[in-house]
Write a protein that binds this ligand. Structure first.
Ligand code: SAH
Length: 435
């Protein structure tokens, strides 16, 4: 979502005549777009911004802005903490970005205080009409929804991005048609709980079907869905539409009913398992990934073991694992002090979870060695003469190939796995057709 928002800000500024440069040393304005989901992300931003202050000492005209969720969360406190920051702007402020930069410039010419905060949340701002400046390439992010109506007790998103706001379906489809006309063949629909999308008569399964049928679109993905909105209708569209990739991100968060209840996730472990079964029955070859939080306040060792049990039985293809991070203002932050799991215990749980998750991932991937898969070449590889691509099931494959072929589809035999990713060999067109 943040990559996508960065492109959106670039698009708005480019339209106003700004030129986008890649090095802060070359810029008159530097915007640091931020995430507030965990403390770690925020700490890194503070470090980055203070580095930029070094540049500003050499060039006092430099405008430094902090945008996005952390800006929204810290607001004017950030301006006090980092007096060299000129602009803090939350996610709903992007529309006024060019005007805000002009205001800063105008204030500077009068030598007035230049710091500006744009922090209002607009319940109706759905970012309609704002065009992203996308980098060249075969893949594109397409936000269809902003904000969130859930109240998962650990999560800061509803407080920094406001309530759920959905884009008009027609506009989404038009945008995807435009992208396809420019050579984009893979799109990822984005939203905080993307599958609760609804705009007028159009719900998420119908939107997904429309996007999947846009001529030229060969792959469609979406993230992040909420398990409760993984409905039979959605699974039917995923199974029926050839363009929808055989991959589902299904954030479980925990394998303990008590923890899930206290997280206000609104499903039980059995209900989650039923979703996995529903999806696997309709799309047997599907890859499923997940997000897990360990050491949520009050999580006992036995409850953590329940999460390990969920991992061992569901066998996710990939797991993004996190230690609970206290976010001021969220309901979980107000739980009794004695509930908070100690740092060492949290770290130990995280490490154990990672070991189990990686072990399963390595086993699943080892069993896939020998398969021939369709791969979209997305990037040059780390080594010269190599390219990186992804399979429909979202697995990364490195293989020998010319970087000029980014954007092409080819067939690759998976020869070896590092555990998380694959090394492959391209098969010739005829061999590919036989496989
Ligand atoms: N809206 C998305 C979540 C985006 S954040 C969804 O519901 O799927 C991505 C992941 O970060 C979450 O799924 C969760 O596992 C993790 N996360 C969110 N808040 C967190 C917190 N306070 N501490 C640790 N991990 C957190």
């Amino acid at each position: 979502m943040n990559i996508s928002d960065g492109e959106l800000m670039e698009g708005m500024l480019a339209e106003q005549g700004y030129e986008i440069v890649r090095r802060p040393e070359d810029a008159d304005v530097v915007l640091v777009n931020t995430c507030a989901i965990r403390e770690h992300a925020e700490t890194r931003v503070l470090g980055r911004v203070s580095q930029l202050n070094g540049l500003k000492r050499e060039r006092p005209d430099l405008v430094i802005g902090v945008t996005g969720c952390m800006a929204q969360r810290l607001g004017t406190t950030l301006l006090e903490q980092a007096p060299y920051v000129d602009l803090v702007m939350g996610p709903d402020g992007y529309r006024s970005l060019p005007e805000s930069l002009e205001r800063i410039a105008a204030r500077r010419s009068t030598r007035a205080r230049t710091q500006l905060a744009v922090l209002e949340l607009h319940p109706t701002e759905n970012y309609q009409g704002l065009e992203q400046l996308r980098s060249e390439g075969p893949v594109a992010w397409v936000p269809v929804q902003r904000g969130c109506d859930h109240r998962c007790t650990f999560c800061i998103v509803p407080y920094v991005r406001g309530p759920e706001k959905n884009r008009d379906a027609r506009e989404v489809v038009n945008e995807v048609e435009g992208l396809a006309a420019r050579g984009v063949s893979e799109v990822t629909l984005l939203g905080q709980t993307v599958n609760s999308y609804r705009s007028g008569e159009v719900d998420f399964p119908s939107l997904l079907r429309c996007v999947a049928r846009v001529a030229g679109v060969r792959r469609v993905r979406f993230t992040s869905p909420h398990p409760n909105d993984v409905t039979p209708e959605l699974v039917e569209v995923m199974a029926e539409e050839p363009a929808v990739c055989e991959h589902l991100h299904l954030p479980a968060q925990s394998g303990s009913d008590r923890t899930l209840r206290r997280m206000l996730r609104r499903y039980t472990v059995d209900e989650l398992r039923a979703k996995v079964e529903l999806v696997r029955e309709a799309i047997p070859d599907i890859a499923i990934s997940t997000d897990i939080i360990v050491a949520f306040p009050g999580e006992t060792d036995a409850e953590f073991r329940d999460t390990l049990e969920l991992m061992r039985t569901v066998r996710f293809d990939e797991a993004y694992t996190y230690k609970y991070s206290l976010r001021e203002g969220t309901p979980a932050a107000r739980l009794p002090a004695e509930d908070f799991v100690g740092a060492d215990e949290a770290q130990a749980r995280l490490e154990e979870l990672i070991e189990v998750a990686r072990g399963i991932q390595a086993e699943i991937n080892a069993a896939e060695v020998g398969r021939v898969e369709e791969v979209l070449i997305e990037n040059p590889g780390r080594q010269g003469g190599q390219v990186l691509g992804r399979t429909r099931r979202n697995k990364v494959v490195a293989f020998d190939g010319d970087t000029a072929r980014v954007g092409e589809y080819t067939r690759v035999e998976l020869r070896h796995t590092t555990g998380a990713t694959f090394v492959g060999v391209e098969v010739s067109a005829t061999a590919g057709a036989l496989a």
